[in-house]
Design a binder for this molecule. Structure first.
Ligand code: HEC
Ligand code: HEC
Ligand code: HEC
Length: 428
């Protein structure tokens, strides 16, 4: 080929490349509609939307602290900066009031807003893409019949070049796999229902899977565990690694109440998920539990003795200091035979996922932030100690707790991690 022909060929390729890039980066707008009246929706469909919206945790992300439900404004911290959830009430100016159902469905399935702009994957459309048509319609009917709220979310604060939305189109080529999930006839209807809820609406993997450098779920590592808002979302495929086996009943109870009799309590990002799951039909949660239990690697464990105390080992200074603090601040609740255990039926720390985890992260978060007083149940309250103990004292407490209640090897000195998590917490 002579030079001219090569130049022409390269030029032609560049044009085609740009055309393809342009075509995937820019989506057409879908025409606005006049907000439909709430009465125009079938009452039954609106009712079913309650369940769909709860399973999808829509209100958890789309409601700011002390804000109106679904009116947006909640900041979501990502490694690339802060993204604010938007207003999904039917306000025509600031919400989705003039979105047709087609525009709503395109947002959930393809991550494209009504006017054609790309949405950021902090909105878990890579999972919602698997929602059934019926569930999309029900969510639409429910949301469009809420009270419209006028509210505009603050502008996102993202690093360059990710503040250029069209780039998300390339991310989608890698991570968005639209279309319904193919049912697997072998394990039966309940399992398939559970898989659809976990992988679709419930978007469990968005927290419980590790993310790669560009924020996509690492392929082949689904449910291996992830980090969200400073907490560890434990692996969901290694529940057998717990010091006591998880039964189906315990899993269902945990998902619906945030408490498991032999594993501990949800206190971090899982807590609002369980509050939502408390409102959906028991059969949905049973299907979720069935599917999660089918993901387990290895054999179910044999129950270990009630307290896995390693009494033979000689306490190091950090543990000795921790023991003193524990006696002062924790033993009244976590000591053997405390009212919390006997009357409240809460488990010993020996069974806790947080205390037996590879990282002290969640145990630190529990000690720093406690568990809020819910009003209804004194047995699930733990005060926050972030203002009481300094970083080193929290690390000492952890050293003592780990040595006393877990048979696992000691954690490395947790002081730096305590300092880091405190700093992250105060930035949120
Ligand atoms: C993990 C948090 C999270 C959850 C859960 C979530 N969203 Fe969102 N959603 C977001 C964020 C963040 C945005 C804004 C994305 C952006 O600006 O690029 C968003 C945007 C949207 C949009 C586009 C609105 C607009 O004005 O552009 C719609 C529609 C939407 N969400 C509906 C839903 C529905 C319905 C559910 C529940 C089934 C849901 N979301 C659950 C975080 C979430
Ligand atoms: C007023 C009672 C109370 C006090 C005081 C208290 N806790 Fe807790 N703590 C709780 C409750 C309730 C839970 C949740 C347990 C459950 O429901 O399974 C909990 C959970 C924990 C967990 C996680 C266990 C799990 O659920 O996985 C750790 C770790 C922990 N506490 C450590 C401490 C330490 C260390 C102190 C002292 C600095 C302390 N707690 C003081 C009530 C208390
Ligand atoms: C917003 C992020 C997030 C979402 C979404 C989420 N989880 Fe979690 N999950 C967590 C975190 C973080 C923990 C650790 C406990 C806590 O938050 O207090 C956890 C804890 C758990 C545990 C306890 C594990 C153990 O070993 O003790 C189970 C079981 C669980 N989640 C199941 C689910 C299922 C099923 C779904 C989907 C329906 C789901 N989670 C969705 C973040 C999430």
């Amino acid at each position: 080929m002579n030079r001219k022909r090569i130049a022409l060929a390269v030029g032609a390729l560049a044009v085609v490349g740009l055309a393809v890039a342009g075509a995937i980066m820019y989506e057409p707008a879908i025409a606005p509609i006049t907000p439909p009246s709430p009465d125009s929706f079938d009452a039954q469909l609106k009712q079913e939307g309650v369940r769909v919206v709860a399973l999808g945790d829509c209100v958890v992300c789309h409601t700011a602290k002390n804000g109106k439900p679904f009116a947006g404004g909640l900041p979501l911290a990502t490694p690339f900066g802060t993204i604010y959830a938007t207003n999904i009430t039917p306000d025509p100016q600031t919400g989705i009031g003039n979105w047709s159902e087609a525009a709503f469905a395109r947002a959930l399935r393809h991550g494209i807003a009504r006017d054609g702009h790309q949405l950021y994957p902090a909105f878990p459309y890579v999972h919602f893409t698997h929602m059934t048509d019926h569930d999309v319609s029900a969510a639409y009917a429910y949301l469009m019949s809420r009270e419209p709220v006028q509210a505009t979310a603050p502008a996102n604060a993202l690093i360059f070049p990710l503040n250029f939305r069209p780039l998300v189109a390339f991310w989608n080529v890698l991570f968005l796999h639209p279309g319904p999930l193919q049912p697997d006839p072998e394990p039966g209807a309940q399992w398939n229902r559970g898989k659809l809820l976990v992988d679709g609406l419930g978007h469990c993997a968005s927290c419980h899977s590790p993310l790669n450098a560009i924020g996509g779920e690492k392929s082949g590592q689904a449910f291996d565990g992830g980090i969200v808002d400073g907490w560890e979302a434990p692996p969901l495929n290694a529940l057998y690694g717990a010091s006591r086996p998880w039964t189906r009943e315990q899993l269902v109870t945990y998902l619906r109440t945030g408490r498991a009799s032999e594993h501990g309590a949800a206190a971090g990002p899982m807590l609002p998920v369980t509050r939502d799951l408390a409102t959906v039909p028991q059969s949905d949660v049973e299907a979720i539990a069935r599917y999660i239990l089918s993901l387990q690697k290895g054999e179910p464990p044999h129950p270990s003795p009630t307290v896995a105390t390693s009494t033979s080992h000689e306490a190091i200074p950090a543990e000795q200091r921790g023991a003193v603090l524990f006696a002062a601040s924790c033993a009244q609740c976590h000591g053997n035979g405390s009212p919390m255990q006997t009357i409240g039926e809460r488990p010993t720390l020996a069974f806790s996922t947080a205390v037996n985890a590879d990282t002290p992260r969640n145990a630190i978060q529990m000690i720093l932030n406690g568990i809020n007083w819910h009003g209804e149940d004194a047995m699930n309250y733990m005060p926050a100690f972030s203002g009481v103990y300094d970083d080193r004292q929290v690390a000492d407490l952890l050293a003592y707790v780990r040595a006393t209640w877990s048979a696992k090897p000691a954690w490395p000195d947790a002081t730096p991690l305590v300092a880091k998590l405190k700093k992250e917490d105060s930035a949120r």
